[in-house]
Design a protein around this ligand. Structure first.
Ligand SMILES: C[S@@+](CC[C@H](N)C(=O)[O-])C[C@H]1O[C@@H](n2cnc3c(N)ncnc32)[C@H](O)[C@@H]1O
Length: 258
């Protein structure tokens, strides 16, 4: 089938033309502009397979193996959470706090693909430490840090436990933790992502409750992403400040440990 016919067919099946073009150009290893201007060419079978996979709801970023975050490309693969646009706001807040407070040492809990920690290192030059309970997340973060020549110490384990002997040294703790309620029904695309990265008990607050119960944050700043309906509960739990995302929803928690 010609590319023009494939584009038409998959548009009818519900796949946006932009995505079909991205996938066909990936297989052909040519630009989207090339594909558009050569749509009389035969569409490779491998491209059709990717279009079919995408139609099942399988995330585009996993197929492409890359994701854009804070203006940079990062490697991503199935088994690790796909970074979301809201998280760029978390990074902006953290950068601001790092600069204003002259912070030198940062710990991220739950690095996932490493986009937060690596962006903080690149933007501010802070010393970076990261943990995750998912070995694949540690592996992907390591790969991304090597890609950007950023040195960060990464350890497998829960919360700050792998760095407990260093805990007093961290001036800022950042996290985009799991915060989805156990009974939430997620869109099909999200169901391909690791449950440990998403779910946090009955009210979605398990991670925050355990963290603030377990650690003494005196003298530290804690910045975390939160669910849009969790602001009030977390303000009460921590006494922290709740900030909104670009869509005007409660999205970030900042706690200054006095
Ligand atoms: C929502 S994802 C965020 C990933 C990445 N930081 C981002 O923003 O794209 C949460 C991450 O935290 C990890 N995680 C969940 N519970 C954890 C815990 N108790 N300690 C450390 N990591 C945890 C998950 O494996 C997952 O990689």
């Amino acid at each position: 089938m010609k590319i023009s016919e494939v584009l038409k067919l998959y548009k009818e099946k519900g796949l946006p033309e932009r995505e079909a073009l991205i996938l066909i150009s990936k297989v052909l290893e040519r630009s989207k502009e090339f594909v558009i201007s050569h749509d009389e060419l035969e569409c490779p079978e491998q491209a059709i397979e990717l279009l079919e996979k995408r139609l099942t709801g399988y995330p585009l970023q996993y197929i492409l193996g890359e994701v854009e975050f804070f203006g940079r490309k990062f490697y991503i693969e199935e088994g690790v959470l796909i970074p979301r646009w809201e998280t760029e706001g978390l990074v902006e807040i953290a950068i601001d706090l790092i600069r204003k407070n002259g912070i030198k040492k940062v710990l991220e809990i739950g690095v996932g693909s490493g986009v937060i920690l690596i962006t903080l290192a690149l933007e501010t030059g802070v010393e970076c430490y990261g943990t995750d309970i998912n070995p694949k997340a540690i592996e992907v973060t390591r790969k991304n840090s090597q890609m950007y020549d950023v040195s960060c110490e990464l350890k497998l384990g829960e919360y700050a436990e792998p760095f407990i002997e260093k805990f007093d040294e961290f001036e800022l703790i950042v996290s985009n933790p799991p915060y989805v309620r156990a009974d939430a029904v997620l869109p099909i695309e999200v169901q391909y992502e690791p449950p440990d990265a998403l779910f946090a008990g009955k009210d979605g607050l398990d991670f925050y409750k355990k963290f603030f119960e377990r650690y003494n944050i005196q003298g530290k700043i804690v910045v975390m992403e939160i669910g849009e309906d969790q602001g009030e509960a977390l303000r009460k739990l921590t006494g922290g400040e709740i900030l909104k995302d670009l869509a005007g929803k409660d999205r970030y928690l900042v706690v200054i440990g006095n």
